[in-house]
Design a binder for this molecule. Structure first.
Ligand code: ADP
Length: 476
């Protein structure tokens, strides 16, 4: 029977790490991947490691971010000239690879030649590290965009004395997106690859020295047919090198006692002040203005991954039968947008929505909500529930992936637990659990306070996770 690793040996050597990622906050962000690519290198540097971050220089990066960028090197690959610029932020060096292949595109993903773009990104990264003489002990690649790095290392670069001591770590942030293409681009770069089709993520998993994903539960889940996205058999073969390490949140960015997006800041000793944020949200979206109605918040991509089909089954029931308000911030699939809009039109005092992306509003929702709902179908790690915990909004989650590892259902006897959860992907189980949470809100004030305090006092900082990565680097 296969298994995966849940613990890593402790160590403490300073390591040179090249972290390679398609998106990195604050330069460019489409999702949680960018947050990790910002927070983890920063936390590793704090632990004493030397980290450089490699990313493409997209047109979408705000010019202001590059004001202090300086040119460092170039490489020529197949008649293209890739210039490398460096920006230093908080003791991390960010290297941006500039070429029209990245800087001339309207979109950062889903281009007709994405296969070629990201194959080039991987190839050029390996050449550029050499040209700037940054000899990494670890190259840490992330998601399908960089899955070719372990493959290229294995096929070619391991023979280069420069890379004799280099090991690769590959992190899966979301197994669903795999980069499946014709193998044309890789062959054009001079690598031999027999099959016509190629899967960049699969190659990352097969050829990296170690593979990680972003929670222990997800590391277990992806070995199964249900969650494995057709790569479970490949993952099973690597299960002895597969680790689950949970993400953290950046407490400088998400702190209710200093957050400028809030109408009223607060901390664990002044939770009652959250009510001011609730009133502000209700006023702004013309919901009934009342502080003692429980408000359930959601901030999410509108994608089936996030469990929205469960809401389509029972949300109207919940609104109709309960003293409760609901607020949703999100954007994505049209069928969900239409559903939520029509529900808002029928329950304008109870249900507020904002369809779009708005980071400031997101924080106000975390600050205003009593409960935060994440009934995900699958959730590799999830950041929203960590933010919610930190903002004293009690999470209601389905027990999957990182939600399972970070939210413990409250136990009234032991007074342990920081939220509410349900096991099966089932709308009535979700509705029952929401009912349970509302009962606590209305009738068990002492327990309610304990749950919030348990959540707000938990440690979801990056420091702990960065130590786990550092131990893994040591172990290879
Ligand atoms: P995923 O990466 O799968 O989208 P996570 O929970 O890991 O989900 O991270 C989502 C992050 O994006 C959270 O910080 C959440 O607050 C933020 N977010 C999601 N949707 C929106 C939105 N419409 N507006 C603002 N922030 C959003």
């Amino acid at each position: 029977m296969w298994s995966y690793h849940s613990s890593i040996k402790k160590g403490g050597i300073k390591v040179k790490i090249a972290f390679v990622c398609a998106e990195v906050y604050p330069f460019i962000k489409t999702g949680g991947l960018a947050d990790v690519a910002y927070a983890l290198p920063k936390a590793l540097v704090k632990l004493g490691h030397e980290v450089v971050v490699m990313l493409p220089s997209y047109k979408q990066i705000p010019r202001g971010m590059l004001n202090d960028a300086y040119w460092v090197s170039l490489v020529e690959v197949y008649e293209r000239t890739f210039n490398l610029y460096c920006v230093e932020l908080e003791r991390v060096k960010y290297y941006l690879i500039n070429e029209p292949l990245f800087s001339d595109r309207e979109s950062i993903y889903d281009n007709v030649d994405s296969d070629y773009q990201f194959a080039m990104f991987c190839e050029v990264t390996l050449q550029l590290l050499k040209s700037i003489n940054f000899q990494p002990r670890i190259i840490h690649a992330n998601d399908w965009h960089t899955g070719l790095i372990p493959f290229f290392m294995n096929q070619h670069y391991y023979r280069d004395p420069f890379y004799y001591d280099t090991k690769t770590i590959y992190t899966i942030h979301n197994l669903k997106f795999q980069g499946q293409f014709s193998s044309r681009a890789v062959r054009e770069l001079g690598y031999s690859f027999e099959a016509d089709r190629i899967n960049y993520m699969q190659l990352g998993i097969e050829y990296a020295h170690k593979v990680t994903t972003v929670s222990e539960t997800y590391a277990r889940e992806i070995l199964t047919d249900y969650y494995g996205e057709n790569l479970n058999h490949i993952l099973q073969k690597r299960s002895h090198d597969l680790y689950g390490i949970i993400n953290g949140i950046d407490l400088d960015l998400f702190n209710p006692s200093t957050d400028q997006s809030l109408i009223q800041c607060y901390d664990i000793n002044s939770i009652e002040l959250k009510g001011e944020n609730k009133l502000a949200l209700q006023r702004r979206f013309r919901m009934e203005e009342k502080v003692n109605i429980p408000l359930i918040g959601m901030v999410t991509r509108l994608d089936s991954q996030k469990g929205l089909d469960l809401l389509m089954c029972v949300l109207e029931d919940i609104l109709y039968h309960n003293v409760v308000q609901f607020f949703l911030l999100g954007s994505g699939e049209a069928k969900y947008e239409t559903f939520f809009q029509s529900l808002r039109d029928r329950y304008p005092h109870k249900f507020g929505i904002y369809l779009g992306y708005d980071a400031k509003l997101a924080n106000l929702i975390y600050g205003a909500s009593d409960l935060f709902l994440m009934p995900s179908l699958y959730e590799p790690c999830g950041l929203s529930q960590l933010i919610a915990l930190h903002y004293g909004a009690i999470p209601i989650v389905r027990e999957t992936g990182g939600l399972n590892d970070t939210v413990q259902s409250y136990n009234e006897t032991t007074k342990e637990g920081n939220g509410f959860s349900f096991t099966h992907y089932n709308a009535h189980d979700m509705m029952y659990t929401i009912g349970r949470a509302l009962d606590y809100y209305h009738n068990r004030k002492n327990d309610w306070k304990i749950i919030i305090e348990n959540g707000m006092s938990g440690d979801n900082s990056w420091e702990k996770s960065a130590k786990s990565y550092a131990d893994l680097y040591d172990s290879v």
